[in-house]
Design a protein around this ligand. Structure first.
Ligand code: ADP
Ligand code: ADP
Ligand code: MG
Length: 668
């Protein structure tokens, strides 16, 4: 076995690999970019080597620098994680030349599966069923259009070099094919420097079911059952589980055997995943093979009781697979959710910012949390916006989902928008719990899954107002040094005496004033919108508020934060959900101007490049109408009009680079 390895990755997967290495007594070397100098994976590793600027292209993707770091630190092997260089055959070869073990498959196997088109040709020969489609070399638009007609609409255009859903377009009909092809090629070029595409019949309501395979250098190859990864957005996984709901043993065996056959066909070694797409009737077709450890491998670890990174290290060191096929068993049910910094309401646009408040579920016998960040860390536009993976293992699917829904309700993040509420709604959705699982689930159940901006209720105003009163009390106490001093009393807040205060909140366009009456005994009477309630509040040692409201006790975490437009936002976590209100501070006039300015323009949510403009000065637009397309984080994002209005000016042209927060379009 190795005594020291280097991890050529960052974030949660780097941390996860380090954890297993430490358990096995293997020393670890982390690598990091400028943006990651203070990152968790750097803190966890025994040593860390700086490899360049923040952009992945100049750091995590620079093979030479990573191999040099391994040589210099005496690491005998490199674990590539997923993404970055993990499926780069050239990197695997360069490692071999430098005398460092690449913890992954042989370069030829990576190459064989590197192109989705080539992979399909190989699978066709191995008689593994394929989705009807075109995966040829001829890329002339006319021929591709003709092939799409032959396959029959709807079709799916995919980047041959693709991954992460980039360069993928569903096309409903012939009239939309040319535009979609151009878009897919543009995105593929940006993400993979290769614009080859293939076309597939777009299946309706399919399931994504994949098989974990593992092979060693001694001719052994097994599968570790399936994972169902059908709950997706933008054709990317959000929830994964194992085993797949309603999988019958015969189909499991057939898919497992097909996956092992695929791995054997290319002389596979190490961890790999064969992805299938399955029709509602259970017919399955080969989709692609990922020649690396998969993001969702923890659900397989949970149900099999195995550590797949340990298996990877064993195999890379020349060892045999620890278990034979018949020794592998499924125990219970595991579910993983990907907690992302992204905004479901804005078509899952990534959200960047500092995690000024972060409370992830606590790990325990049923709960595992894989993360690469801590409170205070920043989600940057440079890398994947995943905050954490939360994995639950329980005796059956219903129990696991129930547990997960509760955990998502306890998850608290302030500083970026997250999909936590969506994940909670998914895990609690009766149809999903009942076994309705397919890739269209989120879109089809949008109305029940997405938080519609509802007017704030009395409970929301009560929690926020109590938090504000506690803040006043604490400020007064710090200002005077002693909460009981008469000076504190004279400070205008009259903390201990009777009296009243008024706190004003902004909820959307509505402004609401809540009057709080302080009683001599420390109680507070709140005049809310529909009712008057008696309350008490106290800050607990952990910073949360212990609240007694109208006879009911509960705790809330309240985080105050200055928004980009200058306003003061309160994030309230209570009752398993997040509520937000904006403070109207009568002493601060700038926030009114900021809010007014913010509403009259569209700003860039991420640093990126304008690749399409759909409006010009003088156009009238209606709410939701697409205004422009921004390429950011290697994907195209369409920005829509926030309200009905008239375009006053368009500040940038197609091809221009824009900074985060830049005013792109101004309205009258
Ligand atoms: P990536 O490299 O981005 O993982 P895949 O080829 O694995 O690309 O496809 C990603 C997802 O797109 C699948 O999980 C599935 O939801 C959807 N998808 C792929 N092919 C088809 C198809 N032919 N019909 C319907 N959906 C598909
Ligand atoms: P899976 O492994 O389950 O198929 P994905 O395909 O979503 O999951 O994840 C792999 C892809 O995710 C990579 O190809 C890459 O585009 C993206 N990705 C996610 N996280 C990272 C990361 N930390 N570094 C690089 N790429 C990442
Ligand atoms: Mg895939």
């Amino acid at each position: 076995m190795f005594s020291k390895i280097l991890i050529a990755n960052r974030g949660e997967i780097a941390c996860r690999v380090i954890k297993t290495a430490q358990r096995l007594g293997i020393k670890t070397v982390a690598v990091y970019s400028d943006a990651d100098a203070g990152a968790r994976h750097v803190a966890l590793a025994d040593e860390a080597v700086h490899i360049g600027p923040s952009a992945a292209r100049e750091s995590y993707l620079v093979a030479d620098r990573i191999i040099a770091a391994a040589k210099r630190t005496g690491a005998q092997a490199i674990h590539p994680g997923y993404g970055f260089l993990s499926e780069n055959a050239g990197f695997a070869e360069a490692c071999a030349r430098a005398g460092v073990v690449f913890i992954g498959p042989p370069p030829a196997a990576i190459r064989a599966m590197g192109s989705k088109s080539e992979a399909k040709k190989i699978m066709e020969k191995a008689r593994v069923p394929l989705v009807p489609g075109y995966h040829g070399d001829d890329q002339t638009p006319e021929l591709l259009a003709k092939e799409a007609d032959r396959i029959g609409f709807p079709v799916l255009i995919k980047a041959a070099a693709g991954g992460g859903g980039k360069g993928m377009r569903v096309v409903e009909g012939a009239g939309k094919f040319a535009d979609a092809l151009a878009g897919a090629k543009r995105e593929a070029k940006a993400a993979f420097a290769d614009d080859h595409v293939l076309i597939e019949k777009y299946l309706m309501r399919p399931r994504h079911i994949e098989i974990q395979v593992f092979a060693d250098t001694h001719g052994n190859c097994v599968h570790l059952f399936e994972r169902d990864c059908s709950i997706q957005r933008r054709h990317q996984k959000v929830i994964e589980e194992a085993p797949a709901p309603d999988m019958d043993p015969d189909r499991r065996r057939a898919m497992g055997e097909a996956a092992v056959a695929a791995a054997r066909a290319i002389g596979y070694v190490g961890a790999g995943t064969v992805e299938f797409i399955a029709d509602q009737d259970g017919t399955f077709y080969f989709m692609e093979m990922n020649t690396r450890l998969q993001v969702e491998h923890p659900v397989t670890e949970a149900i099999t009781g195995q550590d797949l990174v340990e298996w990877q290290l064993l195999v890379a060191a020349g060892g045999k697979l620890p278990l034979a096929q018949e020794k592998l068993h499924i125990d219970g049910h595991a579910v993983e959710v990907r907690l992302y910094a992204e905004d479901p309401a804005r078509n899952f646009l990534p959200s960047t910012g500092t995690l000024m408040h972060l409370r992830l579920p606590a790990e325990g016998p049923h709960v595992r949390v894989d993360t690469g960040v801590r409170e205070g860390d920043t989600v940057t536009p440079y890398y994947d916006p995943m905050i954490a993976k939360v994995i639950v293992h329980d005796r059956d699917r219903t129990s696991a989902l129930r547990r997960m829904a509760a955990l998502m309700g306890e998850t608290e993040v302030v500083g970026v928008v997250t999909n936590a509420a969506l994940l909670k709604a998914l895990c609690a959705h009766p149809a999903f719990v009942g076994g309705e699982v397919d890739t269209g689930f989120i879109e089809r159940h949008r109305a029940e899954l997405f938080d519609l901006p509802a007017p704030a209720d009395d409970r929301t105003f009560a929690i926020a107002t109590l938090a504000r009163l506690v803040e006043w009390q604490e400020t007064a106490a710090t200002d005077s040094g002693d909460p009981h001093s008469p000076w504190a009393l004279q400070n205008g807040f009259r903390l201990l005496g009777e009296g009243h205060d008024e706190v004003r909140w902004k909820d959307g366009d509505r402004e609401v004033a809540i009057r709080a009456h302080r009683h001599r005994d420390g109680g507070i009477g709140l005049d809310l919108l529909d009712t008057t309630l008696e309350a008490r509040v106290q800050r607990a040692d952990d910073g949360r508020l212990a609240i007694w409201l109208g006879g009911e006790t509960f705790t809330a975490a309240v985080v105050r934060r200055q928004a980009n437009d200058g306003g003061i936002d309160y994030s309230l976590f209570a009752d398993g959900r997040l509520r937000r209100l904006r403070l109207v501070d009568p002493l601060d006039v700038t926030q009114y101007e900021a809010v007014a300015a913010g509403e009259a323009s569209v700003r860039s949510p991420l640093p990126g490049k304008i690749i399409d403009l759909r409006v010009k000065a003088g156009d009238t637009v209606s709410k939701g109408q697409p205004l422009l397309v921004l390429e950011a984080m290697k994907m195209e994002h369409t920005l829509a009009a926030p309200a009905d209005g008239t375009v006053k000016s368009v500040r940038y042209g197609v091809g221009e680079q824009v900074a985060e927060g830049a005013e792109l379009i101004e309205f009258e």
